[in-house]
Design a protein around this ligand. Sequence first.
Ligand code: Z5A
Length: 221
Amino acid sequence: MAKRGAFIVIEGLDRSGKTTQTGRLLEQLEQRDRPVQLFKFPDRTTAIGKMIDGYLRSQSDLDDRAIHLLFSANRWEIASTITNLLASGTTVLADRYAFSGIAFSASKVTAGLTYEWCRSPEIGLPAPDLTVFLDIDPEKARERGGYGDERYEKEEVQKRVRGVFDRIGKEMGSRAGESESGGRWVTVDAGHEKDIVQGIIWRLVEPLMNGVENPLMRLWE
Ligand code: Z5A
């Protein structure tokens, strides 16, 4: 049976290096002639993505539940493309995914959104085979610059977000190996130099580079 492509997600706090590392990973896979496609969430180019972009730049205000559902819809509008690419043998990389959706919304103190409510619209999305969580101390992230321009880029928000990511990681980790696991969750210290982080990620990704045999799972199903 032909192998399908692997679905690899890079998650993490702000300025942890997700865009840097997904870009490097894309290059490494292309250099090895692997068919690969990168998605970045939110995808700000679609009609839904443009609404999200306006919200993040504080150009518009939206109900907390409405924006949460828009972030999720922004993944659902691309979900079938991801599924088809994987089936055709293409490796799919994602810069942020459903886990960011849950972590940012569930950590909004005034909104009162429960973890379960936030997770609900994400159930059934294509499940990654590997999620690399880039962990960084929010204070160290701030030193990387460009921090603070958008809505959630505040240290106290980032600390709460880190707490929810922790919960997700434990939940995913404890399910790893079960059929409905949604793949491995690996936390990587993103405080190292870029090349070191890249090397750690590559060691995790290399075994998946030539595709995977197991069928694609759906998140939390
Ligand atoms: N959000 C949400 O609420 N719900 C959702 O469902 C989703 C997202 C998907 C926008 O996300 C916001 O949307 C985000 C979460 C929320 N809110 N916040 N806050 P985004 O992905 O568009 O955010 P971004 O601004 O593009 O990315 P980022 O998180 O800020 O950065 P990053 O991708 O992790 O880092 P980077 O761009 O690769 O690197 C940042 C800088 O650090 C840059 O100068 C690098 O050269 C430097 N860097 C990177 N790695 C290193 C190392 N290892 N050492 C030193 N310097 C480094």
